[in-house]
Write a protein that binds this ligand. Structure first.
Ligand code: 5GP
Ligand code: ZN
Length: 138
C-alpha cells in the first residue's frame, strides 16, 4: 500500500523519476539527494511502512540483502575504506523521512561523516538483566 502524501512512496513507485541503482518487485534503491559521501544510496520498499516496527520481517531481511549487494558495489567502485549500513526509526533516532529506508554509505579513513557515539557503561549485572528482559520479548 502507498501513502498519499509520502515522497518515498512516489519515488519508489516511479511516479517521481530518480537515479535508480537497483529495482525489483518490492524495492527501489536510489541515490540520496544530500549524500553523506558521494555514492550514498538509500533502499526504499515500494509499499509504505513508516519504520522497522511496521515493515514485515521478510522484507526487512530482503532490504539487508540488497544493502549487502550495494555495499559490495560501492567498495568496488570507490575503493572506499569502509561502508556504513544504517537505518533510523523515529525522530529521536534521526529519522527525517517516515517511510522505511536503509542507508548504504561509502566511508573513508579521514572523512567527516559522523555516526559515532560516546561509549556508555553498565552497572554490575545490568547488561545480563536487560538481555533477559529483551529475550522474553522476542
Ligand atoms: P533519514 O534521516 O530519515 O534516515 O534519511 C532520510 C534521507 O533521505 C536523507 O539522507 C535525505 O538526504 C534523503 N532524502 C530526503 N528527501 C529526498 C528526496 O526527495 N530524494 C532523495 N533521493 N533523497 C531524499
Ligand atoms: Zn511512503
Amino acid at each position: 500500500m502507498k501513502k498519499e502524501d509520502c515522497i518515498f512512496c512516489k519515488i519508489a513507485g516511479g511516479d517521481i523519476p530518480s537515479s535508480t541503482v537497483y529495482e525489483d518487485a518490492d524495492f527501489r534503491a536510489i541515490m540520496d539527494i544530500s549524500p553523506a559521501n558521494k555514492g550514498h544510496v538509500i533502499i526504499l520498499p515500494k509499499d509504505h511502512f513508516a519504520n522497522v516496527f511496521e515493515i514485515p520481517e521478510d522484507l526487512a531481511g530482503k532490504a539487508f540483502q540488497i544493502a549487502k549487494k550495494i555495499a559490495k558495489a560501492e567498495k568496488e567502485l570507490f575503493n572506499c575504506d569502509g561502508v556504513n549500513i544504517l537505518q533510523n526509526n523515529g525522530e529521536a533516532a534521526g529519522q527525517t523521512v517516515f517511510h522505511f529506508h536503509v542507508h548504504v554509505i561509502p566511508r573513508y579513513t579521514k572523512d567527516t561523516v559522523n555516526v559515532t557515539w560516546k561509549q556508555g557503561a553498565y552497572g554490575e549485572g545490568e547488561a545480563a538483566k536487560i538481555a533477559e528482559e529483551l529475550k522474553a520479548r522476542l
